[in-house]
Design a protein around this ligand. Structure first.
Ligand code: ZN
Length: 265
């Protein structure tokens, strides 16, 4: 029997392979973490992940669930043309703007496996600033000269915006500020996308603090900014030690296992 206020979903674990199931669990965790850290927007926004071994299939949320309601079995599997491949046990559909933005990135950037779009408060405030993100702190310098900007063209519902989105994102950057709208974070993994979103939002919060304080900002030399970014990108101890969120991800999952284990259902 359903408990009041809790939606049950038919489990899909026996309909997918082990790799997809793990991806579903990680993606459901990512939704929960975005809500937990104050970076979600009720039922809106979207995070997608590419299904391992099926590069043309992505997982996306059912449009109508709050992020703390999302579970591994409540996710849609769709192809990059928008066709439903595996529908969860729900009457909710998917968000069309979400599908358009995310499928464009998954199609155009094969290196990206997780795309996260949100309207969190500080980064959205920075999206409305002409300067964009300023290299004021170590947290911000990590993104130095690696942030793309895309001009607002009303709610993204039209195919014509797709090539512009991809052109503005470019071939390397993993962060795009959607001006006057929100953010697009592109990760090589779900852990990577969450890590980027978390630290970019914090960098924006601090930028706003500095601006509100009214003090004259102090910037280190450009070489220092570049060196900081390179250390974050390449790892402090050479290749393979890049800070891509892999270290904290198991700790974040332990926290969810303790506090809200239903994400794994
Ligand atoms: Zn949006």
């Amino acid at each position: 029997m359903n408990k009041p206020g809790i939606i049950q979903f038919k489990p899909v674990r026996d309909q997918v392979d082990e790799a997809e199931w793990k991806m579903r669990v990680d993606l459901a965790a990512c939704y929960r973490l975005m809500a937990r850290y104050g970076m979600s927007d009720m039922i809106y926004n979207h995070i997608t992940a590419r299904v391992p071994g099926s590069p043309d299939h992505i997982l996306i949320n059912a449009y109508g669930l709050m992020y703390p309601e999302i579970k591994a079995s409540s996710l849609y599997k769709i192809d990059l043309a928008g066709n439903v491949v595996l529908r969860p046990d729900t009457s909710y559909g998917i968000n069309n703007a979400g599908y358009l933005i995310h499928s464009t990135v998954h199609q155009g950037r094969p290196d990206i496996h997780c795309v996260l779009h949100n309207h969190a408060r500080a980064s959205t405030a920075v999206s409305a600033m002409k300067s964009g993100l300023l290299p004021l702190t170590q947290t911000a310098m990590r993104f130095y000269d690696r942030v793309s900007y895309h001009d607002y063209q009303a709610v993204a519902l039209f195919d014509e915006e797709r090539p512009v989105l991809l052109r503005d994102l470019g071939p390397i950057n993993k962060v795009m500020v959607l001006r006057n709208h929100g953010m697009l974070y592109c990760g090589t993994s779900i852990a990577d996308a969450f890590n980027i979103a978390y630290f970019f939002e914090n960098a924006c919060r601090i930028q706003i603090d500095v601006m509100q304080a009214g003090a004259e900002p102090y910037y280190p030399p450009r070489e220092v900014m570049l060196r900081t970014r390179d250390i974050f990108e390449n790892g402090p101890n050479g290749p393979g030690t890049a800070m891509s969120g892999e270290l904290e991800w198991p700790a974040l999952l332990r926290m969810l296992d303790r506090d809200e284990p239903s994400y794994k259902d």
